[in-house]
Design a binder for this molecule. Structure first.
Ligand SMILES: *Cc1c(COP(=O)(O)O)cnc(C)c1O
Length: 386
C-alpha cells in the first residue's frame, strides 16, 4: 500500500482530504474486516487488538498528519485513549499533576483510579502551581486548553518550559480545540489525546479516541493498549477516516458561527456571563491568539437568575438540549448535570462549573438561524416566568 505523502502537504485542510492509495486504485480505503491474517511472511502480524490492521493504521496516519506528529493510535472511545495513555506512563510511587477544571470523565478517572495504581496526584490551577506542586517523583502533567466547559486557556509555551525544566512529560486533551485550531505538538507538548467522538467524528454517530505523539512514546502507549484492549473496529475506523476529510471545513464554519453567536450573547441583556476565547472580553483572549488558529465552536454562558433555564431549553427549536459536543448539529447542555455530573460539588465550584452554567456546542447551521433561535427562546422563557 502506498503511504500517504502527507508530510509534503502544507496545511491541515489538504491533510484532511489526502487519501492513501488502495491496491485497487480506489480513492477510498476498503473496510478490512478480517481479524485473522497470515503470519508466516509478515514481519508485523496485523491483529485488531494490536492496533495494526489496515483501517486502524490508515486513520491513525491521517490523525498523526493533522496533529503534526509522528504517530497516532486510535481507540474505541476518548476515555479508552486517555486511561490507556496515562496508565502507560506512570508506575507505583510516581506523582502526577493535573490541571484544575478538566473534563469530568477524565477528572473522575484520575481521582478514583490513580491511587489504586499507587500513583499520587495534585491539582494545579495555573503554571505557577504546576511549578510549586512539582515533586522529584512527578512524571506527568495532564492538561486541557481550552478546558471543558469553562474555556480556560493555558499558556502552552510556558507549560512546556516548566515541564522540560522539571523533566516531566506533558499530555494535553486537544478535543475542544481540534487539530484544525491548535497543534500542541508544535509547542513541544509530548502527547495529545482526543475524544474522536467529538470534532474528529463530527456527526454524533461514532465513538472513538486517539493518542498522538512521537513514535517512541506511542510505543509505550501501544504496549499498554494491547493489554487493555480498547481497539477501534474497522467500520468505525472507516467512518472516522471519512469524517476527517471534512474536519477543516466543518471546524472553520463552527469557528465563524461560534464567533457570531458569542458576540450576540455578549450583547444580550439576559446574559450575565459568557466564556468564549474569541471574545476580547475573555481574560486569556490575547494568549489564545498566540497559540490557536481559530477559537473553536464551544462556549459557555449564564443567563440572569430570573431567567428560567428549563423553560429556555424547552423553547429552543433549532438547538437541541443534548449531551456530547463537536457535531454538525448545535447542542446545549448543563455541565453540572451532564459532563460533570460525577465530579464532586466542591470540585465543580472550584472549576467554575456553576449549577446554571450552560455549555453550547455550535454546529454548521446558519449563524442567523442560531442567533434567532437563542433570541426567541430567551424572550419566550422570560414571558413563561412572568
Ligand atoms: C467527551 C470528552 C472526552 C471523553 O471522550 P469519550 O469519547 O466520551 O470517551 C474526553 N475529553 C473531552 C474534553 C471530552 O469532551
Amino acid at each position: 500500500m502506498t503511504q500517504l505523502r502527507n508530510s509534503v502537504l502544507l496545511d491541515q485542510a489538504s491533510r484532511c482530504v489526502a487519501h492513501e492509495h488502495d491496491p485497487s486504485q480506489g480513492l477510498v480505503q476498503p473496510i478490512y474486516t478480517s481479524t485473522s491474517y497470515h503470519y508466516l511472511d509478515e514481519a508485523a502480524q496485523p491483529y485488531p487488538r494490536y492496533f495494526n490492521t489496515p483501517n486502524q493504521e490508515s486513520v491513525s496516519r491521517k490523525i498523526a498528519a493533522i496533529e503534526n506528529a509522528e504517530a497516532a493510535i486510535v481507540f474505541n472511545s476518548g476515555m479508552a485513549a486517555i486511561s490507556t495513555c496515562v496508565l502507560s506512563l506512570v508506575r507505583p510511587g510516581d506523582h502526577l499533576l493535573m490541571l484544575r477544571g478538566l473534563y469530568g470523565g477524565t477528572h473522575s478517572f484520575l481521582v478514583s483510579e490513580l491511587t489504586k495504581w499507587g500513583v499520587d496526584f495534585d491539582f494545579a490551577a495555573n503554571i505557577e502551581e504546576f511549578a510549586t506542586k512539582c515533586r522529584p517523583n512527578t512524571v506527568l502533567a495532564y492538561i486541557e486548553s481550552p478546558t471543558n466547559p469553562c474555556l480556560d486557556i493555558l499558556d502552552l509555551r510556558a507549560m512546556v518550559q516548566f515541564a522540560r525544566d522539571a523533566g516531566v512529560l506533558t499530555v494535553i486533551d486537544n478535543t475542544f480545540a481540534s487539530p484544525i485550531n491548535q497543534n500542541p505538538i508544535d509547542f513541544g507538548i509530548d502527547l495529545v489525546v482526543h475524544s474522536g467522538t467529538k470534532y474528529l467524528g463530527g456527526h454524533s454517530d461514532l465513538t472513538s479516541g486517539a493518542v498522538v505523539g512521537s513514535r517512541n512514546l506511542l510505543d509505550r502507549v501501544a504496549e499498554q493498549a494491547r493489554k487493555f484492549g480498547g481497539a477501534l473496529n474497522p467500520q468505525d475506523c472507516h467512518l472516522l477516516e471519512r469524517s476527517l476529510k471534512t474536519l477543516d471545513v466543518r471546524v472553520t464554519r463552527q469557528n465563524e458561527n461560534a464567533m457570531a453567536v458569542a458576540t450576540f450573547l455578549q450583547s444580550h441583556h439576559a446574559v450575565t456571563r459568557i466564556l468564549y476565547p474569541g471574545l476580547s472580553s475573555h481574560p486569556e483572549h490575547a494568549l489564545a491568539k498566540t497559540q490557536m488558529r481559530g477559537f473553536g465552536g464551544m462556549m459557555a454562558f449564564e443567563l440572569h437568575p430570573n431567567q428560567p433555564i428549563r423553560e429556555f431549553l424547552t423553547r429552543l427549536k433549532l438547538i437541541t438540549p443534548a449531551m456530547s459536543l463537536g457535531g454538525v448539529e448545535s447542542i446545549i447542555s448543563i455541565p453540572a448535570l451532564t459532563s460533570h455530573k460525577y465530579v464532586s460539588e466542591d470540585d465543580r465550584r472550584q472549576s467554575g462549573v456553576t449549577p446554571n452554567l450552560l455549555r453550547l456546542s455550535i454546529g454548521i447551521e446558519s449563524p442567523r438561524d442560531l442567533i434567532a433561535d437563542l433570541d426567541q427562546a430567551i424572550e419566550k422563557s422570560s414571558q413563561d416566568a412572568s
